[in-house]
Ligand binder design. Structure first.
Ligand code: KG4
Ligand code: ZN
Length: 338
């Protein structure tokens, strides 16, 4: 099956063509306009998607050497995300499906991240525990079979990527801050500050990052500008230790308690060097396999949306032309929103 995927839920306009697990093209245009504001501005995101959607889809089809008529279906992110941004992709996909008379399927963005683990013959076995970490999400999902998910835990406030970005902002680092903090952390002393770990004492698979973010803010005020500049790397390293250790600890515990031998890590924060190495190191001790998709499939992209859509179409699930954009769509709910 050849599927066109479309992703416009946040600040990446992306289109991809896949044939079964093989990615034939995966074009991603990241919006630069938000940099000057230190975060995504929804209205500007929608406008940029409108400008980009046509050329990006055309480029994806051309690179995959696939004329529109040869597609077997169109998959599009229909939630969760920014309403205006989602609507650009959803309406474009609906129009395309109506004109070409091709099956249309709505895909949950989180489901897309889960399916980023099944591209290009990835060595992943089910059941698995998938940690999804991005600017908008922090979740531990158990997956037993195709399209079967159970959310074991999620953040009660900020997402981990959001915490990275906010900490970077208050340290005066450019947006998005995750990669900058990660880079600086490598040269710092991670014991410089003892930052609190959210919900540390609770036996839960949930997360909380708002306390950690506030603790960094308090420390920065206490130190003053000069000392902050002098200890930038140390603050980053201490923050990173707190942010990552809880992700690793809870994911490994989820796998052990569920007797599951496969862990996967997806989403933009899966690029984090400490998260990747610590997860592998700790999992090895319990003979658990860890797989992180290549970076191009970790950050927002349409190949993962096409792959999840393909699975839905294979299982006879299809959207009608009544499908809409659902900004607060939950994983597991999408069947009633197709
Ligand atoms: O999945 P993604 O591209 O978009 C969302 O759905 O949010 O994730 C972007 C997030 C940003 O918060 C960015 O700071 C974070 O991923 N990120 C990182 C790293 N690279 C990207 N966070 C920590 N360490 C990194 N190396
Ligand atoms: Zn995402």
């Amino acid at each position: 099956m050849r599927i066109l995927g479309i992703e416009t839920s946040c600040d990446e306009t992306s289109a991809a063509v896949i044939q079964n697990d093989a990615v034939l093209s995966n074009i991603i245009s990241s919006q630069q306009v938000h940099m000057q504001f230190g975060g995504v501005v929804p209205e500007l995101a929608s406008r940029a998607h409108l400008r980009k959607i046509l050329p990006i889809v055309a480029e994806a089809l051309e690179k995959a050497e696939t004329p529109m008529e040869e597609l077997d279906g169109i998959a599009v992110t229909h939630g969760p995300g920014l309403i205006g941004a989602l609507m650009v992709g959803v309406n474009y996909a609906k129009a395309m499906s109506a004109v070409l008379d091709k099956p249309l399927v709505g895909v949950n963005h989180i489901e897309g991240h889960v399916y980023s683990n099944f591209l290009d013959e990835a060595p992943v076995e089910l059941p698995m525990i998938c940690l999804i970490v991005s600017g908008g999400h922090t979740q531990i999902v158990r997956m037993d079979g195709p399209l079967q998910y159970e959310i074991l835990g999620k953040t009660r406030d900020d997402a981990v990527g959001e915490a990275y970005d906010k900490v970077a902002k208050l340290l005066g680092l450019p947006y998005p801050g995750g990669p900058q903090v990660d880079k600086l952390a490598k040269e710092g002393d991670d014991r410089f500050c003892d930052f609190p770990i959210g919900l540390y004492k609770e036996k839960t698979f949930d997360f909380s990052y708002s306390g950690l973010k506030t603790a960094v803010l308090t420390k920065v005020r206490e130190l003053g500008d000069e000392a902050v500049q002098e200890h930038l790397a140390d603050i980053c390293a201490s923050f990173q230790r707190a942010a990552v250790s809880v992700l690793v600890k809870r994911t490994i515990r989820a796998a052990r308690e569920n007797n599951i031998k496969q862990i996967t890590v997806a989403g933009g924060v899966a690029a984090n060097s400490l998260l990747r190495s610590e997860m592998k190191h700790q999992a090895e001790k319990h003979h658990i396999n860890v797989y992180c998709p290549p970076m191009k499939y970790c950050t927002d992209n349409a190949a993962m949306i096409a792959r999840a859509g393909l699975e839905r179409l294979r299982h006879g699930q299809q959207s009608t032309n009544r499908m809409n954009a659902y900004p607060a769509l939950l994983l597991g709910d999408e069947k009633s929103y197709l």
